[in-house]
Design a protein around this ligand. Structure first.
Ligand code: NDP
Ligand code: GDR
Length: 327
């Protein structure tokens, strides 16, 4: 039975990746950072019904000694580095923490792998945010990077460290340049989940309006459940490489709102307001990915349509609020 070590196992992608790897017969071990709120740890793993099927070990991405100990003890065949301070907006408020966790943290994991067992296969969660101020209308592995936030700068460091460790030490280290991917397990601060939660609250009479920032930015949104499959596929290849993972369709925040509100029989224009507090110091205006390399080399394509994903998210938020109301 192969063993996978996942950093960021309590996040959206960590939960779906765990589910996928368990279904493939893996032993799944997750890195857990200590929290004073131990009772709410692993909510997403519970939601998927797999909390008792994964092992959790205490450590932190910023503590190299903990990572070395864990890699020694767990003896993983594959390491997926998903942990990060992943909220772009927060990276302006906490730029140094973001650099330490999202950037240096990845270097720590690479170091732990190199020191303990360089034969371990490594996955780095890179991001379409690295493209930032767009150089190509459609972004592929060949598009130059131009990061627009402290988060994206940190991710770029982690990305190039992954490439560098591959080239310097021959590590089987791959980087997935993933475009936005969402689900009912998406953090509530991200715009898609904020919208679907807002739709549910408005529909059930718990709120009247929803305040957002820039409605004109566009994103290439896919479903997290589809995207974790690409992570796994990258580590099954003979050779490590970098891959763009995207749907090839871009949609504005405004249009996302229209679809989500109309799913609940509402008109977004009656409820969505804008608040400058949610605008960013520098914006990524358009993202649209070309995942042809992943299609050709990995046989991967996105399966879930935006409309189906939005419907799933709205229904999940309606069910959650209804359950709360029922006591
Ligand atoms: P989440 O924000 O949902 O999860 C982040 C995870 O990182 C959580 O498990 C969190 O733990 C953990 N973490 C944060 N800081 C530390 C630390 N110091 N030590 C150990 N663990 C830590 O992110 P997603 O699941 O959405 O994304 C997974 C990865 O993919 C991230 O690296 C993200 O930047 C990247 N990415 C995401 C995309 C997306 O659209 N979702 C697109 C492209 C890249 P805790 O629960 O304790 O907070
Ligand atoms: P993003 O996701 O920054 O693309 O990063 P987010 O959902 O936060 O923002 C997407 C776009 O929506 C606009 N927006 C708002 N965003 C938030 N959060 N809240 C609002 O009220 C709001 N109103 C408008 C933003 O300005 C932006 O243009 C996500 C994260 O998962 C990263 O970790 C990942 O690397 C990238 O996706 C790919």
């Amino acid at each position: 039975m192969p063993t996978a070590l996942i950093t960021g196992i309590t996040g959206q992608d960590g939960a779906y990746l765990s589910q996928l790897l368990l279904s493939k017969g893996y032993r799944v071990v997750g890195l857990l950072r200590r929290s004073a709120s131990a009772d709410v740890v692993g909510l997403r793993l519970h939601w998927l019904g797999i909390a008792d099927k994964v092992e959790l070990v205490d450590g932190n991405l910023t503590d190299l000694s903990s990572l070395i100990r864990i890699v020694q003890d767990v003896k993983p065949d594959e390491v997926y580095n998903l942990a990060a301070q992943s909220f772009v907006a927060a990276s302006w408020q906490q730029p140094l923490l973001t650099g330490t966790v999202t950037g240096m943290g990845a270097a720590n994991v690479l170091e732990a792998v190199r020191i303990v067992n360089p034969a371990i296969r490594f996955y780095q969660a890179s991001s379409s945010e690295m493209f930032g101020k767009i150089q190509d209308k459609v972004q592929s592995e060949k598009t130059p990077f131009y990061p627009r936030s402290p988060y994206a700068v940190a991710k770029l460091y982690a990305h190039w460290m992954t490439v560098n460790y591959r080239e310097s030490f021959g590590l089987h280290a791959s980087s997935g340049i993933l475009f936005n991917h969402e689900s009912p397990l998406r953090g509530i601060e991200f715009v898609t989940r904020k919208v679907t939660d807002g739709v549910a609250r408005i529909k059930l009479g718990l709120a009247k309006s929803l305040a957002l920032g820039n409605l004109d930015a566009t994103r290439d949104w896919g479903h997290a459940r589809d995207y974790v499959e690409a992570m796994w596929l990258m580590l099954q290849q003979d050779k490590p490489d970098d891959y763009v993972i995207a749907t090839g369709r871009t949609t504005s925040i405004r249009e996302f709102c229209r679809i989500a509100f109309s799913h609940a029989g509402l008109d977004y224009a009656d409820h969505v307001t804008t608040d400058p507090a949610f605008l960013r110091p520098a914006e990524v205006d358009v993202l649209l990915g070309d995942a042809s390399k992943a299609k050709n080399m990995l046989g991967w394509t996105a399966k879930t349509s935006l409309e189906d994903m939005i419907a799933e998210m709205v229904e999940a938020d309606l069910a959650r609020h209804r359950a709360k109301l029922a006591g």
